[in-house]
Ligand binder design. Structure first.
Ligand SMILES: [Zn+2]
Length: 265
C-alpha cells in the first residue's frame, strides 16, 4: 500500500566555474555582472517516477473446467492445513449464462478501466476457454506479481429469492495483509458497489462483507485480497442484469472505482 519510493540518486553536476582571465574591455561602461544561471536558481530536480500500481484480477472458474473434471477435482492445499478441489465449474443463470463467462467479461472491463488510469493489471487466466488455474495458484498470484491488491471476481448461485452482492475476505487472518489491508480493500469495494446502486446481500454476511476461512484463494494470498460475489445468478432480476452488457459495465465501473480508492490510500 505504501507508495514505493525509489532511491533517487541526485547527481548534482557541480558547476565548476573556471575563472577565465579576459582582457578588460576598453569601454567607459563597466562590464555587466552576470550570475551563471546554475547558481542563481536551485538545481532543477525531477521527482522519481512512482512505480505503477499492480492489481491482480482473478476471474473465477474457467470455460474448460466442466470438460476437465479430473483436473478440476484434484485436491490442492486450502491454505489452512486441509485440501480443496483445484477449481469448480462455477454457477450459471437459469438460462445458461455461465459464471465463468460473466467473470471473464467483467475482468476485461475492470482491467481496461484500470489500465487507462496507469495501473498494471495481471490476470490469473488469459482466456475463457482454459482449465483452472487451481485455487492455490490463484491465491499465490498476488505475491508473484508483487501486487498492491488482488480482486477475485465471482457470482453466486443461491436460492432464487436471495439478492445482493457480498465481498469475502480471509478470516481469521493468516498474515499481516489479511489482518488489515484485506478488510480495507473489501470495505472499499463494498462502498463502491453501494455507490453504484447495487444492494448488499440479504442472505449472507453482514453489511455486504463476509469473513471466510474456507476460500483457498483468499487463504493463500499474502497481498490485500478480496473476493466479490457480484450477485445471485439464480435470481431472475440479478441474472438479467449480469447477462446484459450494460449491467456488466455498471459492475465494472463500481469495482474499478473501489480498487482505485484502495490504491490511493
Ligand atoms: Zn464462483
Amino acid at each position: 500500500m505504501s507508495a514505493p519510493s525509489r532511491s533517487a540518486l541526485l547527481v548534482l553536476a557541480a558547476a565548476v566555474l573556471t575563472a577565465c582571465a579576459t582582457a578588460a574591455p576598453v569601454s567607459s561602461t563597466p562590464p555587466a555582472v552576470t550570475t551563471p544561471a546554475a547558481l542563481a536558481s536551485p538545481v532543477p530536480t525531477t521527482a522519481p517516477a512512482a512505480r505503477a500500481k499492480v492489481v491482480v484480477l482473478d476471474p473465477g472458474h474457467n470455460g474448460g473446467n466442466s470438460r476437465n473434471l479430473a483436473a478440476v477435482n484434484k485436491p490442492v492445499p486450502d491454505g489452512r492445513g486441509g485440501t480443496k478441489p483445484c477449481n469448480t465449474t462455477g454457477t450459471q443463470t437459469d438460462a445458461g449464462y455461465t459464471e465463468h463467462a460473466f467473470t471473464w467479461d467483467l475482468a476485461e472491463r475492470v482491467r481496461d478501466k484500470l489500465t487507462a488510469k496507469g495501473v498494471t493489471v495481471v490476470m490469473t487466466r488469459d482466456s475463457d476457454t482454459g482449465v483452472g488455474p487451481c485455487v492455490d495458484v490463484r491465491g499465490a498470484a498476488g505475491e508473484k506479481a508483487n501486487a498492491d491488491a488482488v480482486i477475485s471476481l465471482h457470482a453466486d448461485g443461491s436460492a432464487p429469492t436471495n439478492t445482493g452482492f457480498h465481498v469475502a475476505y480471509s478470516q481469521p487472518p493468516l498474515n499481516p495483509a489479511q489482518a488489515g489491508p484485506a478488510l480495507v480493500l473489501s470495505a472499499d469495494l463494498r462502498d463502491a458497489l453501494r455507490t453504484g446502486g447495487f444492494p448488499v446481500s440479504d442472505y449472507i454476511g453482514r453489511d455486504g462483507l463476509s469473513p471466510r476461512r474456507d476460500l483457498a484463494g483468499l487463504n493463500h494470498s499474502t497481498r490485500p485480497t478480496a473476493l466479490v460475489e457480484c450477485a445471485n445468478m439464480r435470481n431472475a432480476g440479478e441474472a438479467a442484469l449480469m447477462t446484459s452488457a450494460d449491467g456488466r459495465e455498471r459492475y465494472a465501473t463500481a469495482i474499478a472505482a473501489g480498487i482505485e480508492t484502495f490504491l490511493s490510500r
